[in-house]
Ligand binder design. Structure first.
Ligand code: ZN
Length: 438
């Protein structure tokens, strides 16, 4: 007997070239049979999903969960995501959150960030220290390393050394570009690519370096960024579609700590100071990420200002600084039939923009992406990049990780991990969670 038979839906599984109506049988958390009209009497339980589309459980490779973990898990699960990677996570915090039952049934991995005065000593530590840092990330069960150039820049020499050590030790390494020399923009992207010197590097949110900060049109910057990725086969690029970024509201002595925040203020015509943030929140330009109704929301105006002040400025902020034109171009551009940016993510989690399905399906509705291409970018390619062999596809033997899409509403209707329900029609019911990593 199968544990579960799902019937009546269409399957979209680009790995196996399937895009057709088919039933799907699940046993012991695995997919055991995929064929039309399976015998319902062989299943303990049958779910009929006529009119829906089953895709491999979506993998949002780039999220942030380590602050407000429980709210973050809830937000991700509600969005129909099955597997997430905290792209600058704290292993202890995340494992404790899973142990506390906050995981909502999700699969979770993390990258350990290289942050000066925190996980590494300075912006320019000796190479032996970096070696030790890379070893530690492996011992802690991280799936790799993240450099946070835009927010916590390190020296060019440190970027170069980390990428080199990671290549030698076959450790995954991702970069939010920018160093102590260059910012989080197209110039920073060029610098980081040079520092990689042909070694493997994952470039996070490519579209965010194309905000028109160099005075050029963002679409033209996007073309430049795409050319750079295209001509360097050592790079893997990711992008997201939300107009909102995610940065820090934290100020010290009246000045925002994050360079990204200062740039956003300047971009919006506000002073690059604590007072500038205050004005930007009141004016509806700076969105404070604040808890409300069991999740974090983007809020502006007086209430948001009061929350930010009560938190002593230590909140996340989102500014609508991403160019939609650049984001769509980067999400859809191909070279020889292959996507130049291999992955679509959200950079969401506790940052309230868990819109992988909504924004991805908006591109499908426009005809800018085929449904199978969306699945490729949001499940199959992420699984390949991180070596999750039993995820990202719906073949026999794969984990029964599914996201069920309601194309008419442009939303996820249901999600499950290894045959266990995570979310049904916007209500999160998932329990437990699985740690992906050592
Ligand atoms: Zn991020």
């Amino acid at each position: 007997m199968w544990d579960l038979l799902i019937t009546g839906a269409n399957l979209c599984d680009p790995a196996n070239g399937i895009e057709a109506r088919s039933d799907l049988a699940i046993e012991a958390g695995k997919i055991v049979k995929v064929a039309p009209d399976l015998d319902q009497s062989q299943a303990k339980k049958v779910i009929a999903l006529p009119g829906k589309v089953i895709v491999p459980g979506l993998i949002d490779v780039h999220v942030h969960l380590s602050t407000h973990t429980e709210l973050g898990f809830e937000m991700v699960a509600k969005a129909g995501i099955v597997t997430v990677i905290d792209f600058a996570g704290d292993g202890k915090t995340l494992k404790a959150a899973l142990a506390n039952g906050e995981g909502r049934g999700l699969n979770l991995g993390f990258l350990k960030p290289a942050v000066p005065q925190s996980t590494i000593s300075t912006v320019d530590p000796p190479e032996e220290e970096l070696e030790t840092f890379v070893e530690e990330t492996q011992r802690e069960g991280a799936l790799g390393i993240k450099m946070l150039g835009g927010h916590h820049p390190i020296s060019p020499a440190t970027v170069k050394a980390l990428i080199k050590i990671a290549a030698r030790d076959k450790v995954f390494i991702a970069s939010h570009v920018g160093t102590t020399n260059y910012g989080s923009n197209i110039e920073g992207l060029k610098e980081t690519i040079e520092l990689a010197a042909g070694n493997p590097l994952y470039i996070a949110h490519l579209q965010s370096y194309c905000r028109g900060q160099t005075g050029k049109d963002p679409s033209l910057e996007a073309i430049e960024a795409l050319e750079l990725i295209k001509s360097h086969s050592n790079l893997i690029a990711e992008s997201y579609l939300s107009p909102f970024n995610g940065t820090s509201g934290r100020c010290e002595e009246g000045i925002p700590k994050s360079h990204v925040t200062r740039t956003c203020l300047k971009f919006g015509g506000f002073p690059e100071t604590e007072e500038g943030i205050r004005q930007a929140i009141r004016a509806g330009y700076a969105h404070v990420n604040m808890p409300s109704g069991g999740e974090l929301i983007k809020a502006t105006g007086e209430k948001a200002q009061i929350y930010w002040e009560r938190q002593k400025t230590n909140t996340r902020l989102s500014f609508p600084v991403n160019s939609a034109a650049a984001a769509v171009k980067i999400a859809t551009a191909k070279n020889n039939g292959e996507f130049i940016a291999k992955v679509l993510s959200t950079d969401g989690g506790t940052i309230p923009r868990n819109t992988l399905v909504e924004d991805g399906l908006a591109l499908v509705r426009l005809g800018a992406l085929k449904l199978a291409e969306f699945v490729m970018k949001a499940a199959l390619n992420p699984a390949k990049i991180f070596g999750f062999k039993t995820k990202g596809h719906l073949g026999v033997g794969a984990d029964a990780d599914l996201t069920v899409l309601d194309l008419a509403r442009g939303k996820a209707y249901l999600s499950m991990s290894q045959g266990e329900l995570i979310m049904l029609d916007g209500v999160v019911v998932g329990r437990g969670g699985k740690f992906l990593g050592g």
